[in-house]
Design a protein around this ligand. Structure first.
Ligand SMILES: *Cc1c(COP(=O)(O)O)cnc(C)c1O
Length: 352
């Protein structure tokens, strides 16, 4: 190794799901929404003024922050926005997890958490899910430097009831507990009401899944005003202008169109519930997902072989080779009904 390389920060990066170039594929591998963003979003994009792009955007993204705060009935000071929830979660890790004690998260979960911990030098300890993929609240009552988990969890789709979240919060008043609600809009119950009672709670959400805007890169945190101020201080010490003018304008329109949002999420929930029945009929086994994906396994099929067979057919799903416990599972995004019908048509004839 060359001398200069000795002092380079070396990390093993997160590997996102594949974004294939081919058209006419069925893309069920990265939990994108199969429906387009709200009509107002595309209109805002087309009508973007050159003069607004010429100037720096509002560093506080006030318009978007106010729209989100209004939507949830909270104060603008309780909202932090960023470039996707990956950005706001990274900022939350950087701001909140500085005790030197290990932070806790599940062994099977969003695989970005250990990457940020590694990047920021935060020690961590993973807590194993139960045999049926449940987060066990008892594992989160030991001494720690903070807690993070998705609800519903990814890639299992299992939802944790609010009482259990409250149990974790109340046992951890001296650390920040981050609940990553990337998939909460598909039938789950948000921890939002707990913000009044627990100022150690931080909720992360995103426009990428339920608002069909993964390409727009908007995520946000909801928390008490003091905590949000600390996170803003870190952000302004890193990059003042994370939110570009176009995303701010599009994000406001997405939030404003509640009817469209409810219509799309309902369609996905209905397709998911129907897909659960179809998967069961074919002998697949899965946790009861409350998200926009199903995490399925089959007693007679090898998951990796099936993953490759589907890919050959132009149907992309996600397979994780690690950890060992989930290597015979596939995470399948709930697409449009016609896309799912094509998936099931293939599975009906599939012989491993
Ligand atoms: C998709 C996802 C995110 C981040 O999505 P962004 O596109 O960065 O907003 C965060 N957490 C979980 C669990 C996710 O699945």
């Amino acid at each position: 190794m060359a001398g200069w390389e000795d002092n380079i920060r070396k990390v093993t990066p997160y590997v996102p799901g594949e974004q294939p170039k081919e058209k006419n594929i069925i893309k069920l591998n990265t939990n994108e929404n199969p429906y387009p963003p709200a009509p107002g979003v595309l209109k805002a994009l087309k009508e973007m003024e050159g003069d607004l792009l010429r100037r720096y955007p509002d560093p506080a993204a006030t318009e978007l922050v106010e729209a989100i705060a209004g939507y949830y009935g909270i104060l603008p000071g309780q909202v932090f926005v960023g470039v996707g929830s990956d950005d706001v979660l990274a900022m939350a890790f950087l701001t909140c997890f500085n005790s030197g004690k290990p932070i806790l998260f599940p062994d099977i979960t969003y695989s970005f958490y250990d990457v940020w911990a590694q990047l920021f030098g935060i020690p961590y300890e993973v807590q194993p899910l139960s045999g049926d993929f449940k987060i066990l609240t008892g594992d989160y009552k030991k001494e720690n430097g903070g807690i993070v988990f998705p609800n519903p969890n990814a890639p299992t789709g299992r939802l944790m009831p609010l009482e259990e979240i409250e149990e974790i919060l109340s046992c951890n008043l001296n650390v920040v507990v981050i609940v990553d609600e990337a998939y909460i809009d598909f039938g789950g119950i948000s921890a939002l009401p707990l913000l009044k009672k627990y100022d150690n709670l931080l909720i992360a959400q995103t426009f990428s899944k339920s608002r069909s805007m993964a390409g727009g890169r908007i995520g946000y945190l909801l928390g008490n005003e003091r905590l949000i101020r600390y996170i803003n201080d870190c952000k302004y010490s890193f990059n003042s202008y994370t939110m570009n003018q176009t995303s701010i304008a599009m994000g406001v329109k997405a939030i404003e169109d509640k009817a469209y949002f409810l219509e799309c999420t309902k369609k996905i929930i209905d397709t998911r519930e129907w897909a659960k029945e179809e998967f069961s009929k074919l002998g697949f086994v899965f946790a009861d997902s409350m998200s926009n994906f199903l995490f399925v396994t089959h007693p007679r099929h090898d998951a990796e072989e099936l993953f490759l067979a589907l890919k050959k057919e132009g149907i992309f799903v996600r397979h994780f080779s690690k950890p060992e416990r989930i290597k015979n599972y596939l995470r399948i995004t709930v697409g449009r009904r016609d896309e799912m019908e094509q998936l099931f048509a293939f599975l009906k004839n599939y012989k491993s």
